[in-house]
Design a protein. Structure first.
Length: 119
């Protein structure tokens, strides 16, 4: 995966929003709702595909263009939520991974798709 300059992306997103005077509409609640809608639009692409078809989507450029657009929308809204809530993404992810390591010890979770409370 390519290294991404999140700070630059965030500044570009903020500039885009400022130029359109959209910040007035970007409450945390509204951004979370928009994120949910965009996530649903991503799911819709895969809704009736088999597992095999979903794994072969990279071979369908038209479908991949749609996937890329929806993932981009999701990421933009996520960045807006991070900005509005002052959440440090790197720290939050590292903390969550630590929690996940505790909930999913290797000896219980390796090769197992069960949720931690089902071990």
């Amino acid at each position: 995966m390519k290294v991404v300059n999140l700070d630059k992306l965030n500044k570009d997103i903020d500039k885009f929003v400022r130029e359109r005077d959209w910040d007035q509409f970007h409450s945390v609640k509204n951004l979370c709702m928009a994120l949910s809608v965009e996530t649903s639009e991503l799911l819709e692409i895969f809704q009736w595909m088999s597992e095999k078809e979903s794994n072969l989507i990279v071979e369908n450029q038209r479908a991949m263009d749609k996937v890329q657009d929806e993932i981009s929308d999701i990421f933009i809204y996520l960045m807006r939520i991070l900005s509005k809530t002052n959440i440090d993404l790197e720290s939050a992810v590292r903390l969550k991974m630590k929690k996940n390591e505790e909930k999913y010890p290797i000896q219980l979770s390796k090769g197992n798709s069960k949720k931690y409370d089902e071990f």
